[in-house]
Design a protein around this ligand. Structure first.
Ligand code: HEM
Length: 88
């Protein structure tokens, strides 16, 4: 069953910045990583640095080679439609 994808802007993304509700933007896509947090090999705290924000620079810095699209397929919320510069 395919989930309906949403369009997510910066205001909406930044609301999901908690351990219990954590969305991250990576390369134009927004993921709800809440269920993935405890499985992240780099730890919860590291992943939470990108909570409700643009995780692309940190992701690239630590492991640009990781296949996040495949790993987070079931976590995809939808495309990012906001302004990245509002997320700093
Ligand atoms: C390690 C996935 C985001 C920091 C890893 C590894 C995976 C992974 C698979 C193990 C890599 C290996 O084989 O060595 C992901 C996914 C992300 C994500 C799917 C997307 C949401 C981030 C972010 C940060 C981060 C945003 C930094 C703020 C780290 C660190 C390690 C790590 C520091 C190294 C842990 C160690 O080897 O001690 N991550 N990561 N990751 N990740 Fe992430």
């Amino acid at each position: 069953e395919k989930k309906r994808l949403q369009s997510v802007d910066d205001v909406e993304l930044s609301r999901h910045n908690k351990r219990s509700d954590c969305w991250i933007h990576i390369f134009g896509q927004v993921y709800d990583v809440t269920p993935y947090l405890e499985f992240h090999p780099g730890g919860v705290d590291e992943l939470m640095r990108a909570a409700g924000r643009d995780g692309t620079p940190l992701f690239n810095q630590y492991h640009a080679w990781v296949n996040y699209e495949s790993m987070l397929k079931s976590c995809l919320v939808g495309r990012f439609s906001g302004n990245l510069s509002n997320l700093k």
